[in-house]
Write a protein that binds this ligand. Structure first.
Ligand code: ZN
Length: 74
């Protein structure tokens, strides 16, 4: 399985993925552009999909941290 980060449709920057909640407490997947802050928010009702999205998001964040970490930073 290959996970790839979604990119902004306008500027092509890698979108930041985060889980958010609506005022009613519904879980939403938020995708925001790091350049201008525009964002999408998608609501999901399927619990399994939400769980897998959380895992994929964490994987992406870990990969980003690893990629950005300076060498010998421990
Ligand atoms: Zn953008």
């Amino acid at each position: 399985m290959t996970a790839s980060a979604p990119v902004c449709l306008i500027c092509g920057a890698a979108l930041k993925v985060a889980l958010t909640r609506s005022q009613k407490g519904k879980v939403a997947v938020g995708l925001s552009c790091p350049v201008d802050g525009r964002h999408f928010r998608g609501f999901v009702n399927d619990r399994d999909y939400v769980t897998r999205t959380i895992q994929a998001t964490q994987t992406l964040q870990n990969a980003t941290k690893t990629a950005n970490a300076p060498e010998g930073d421990q």
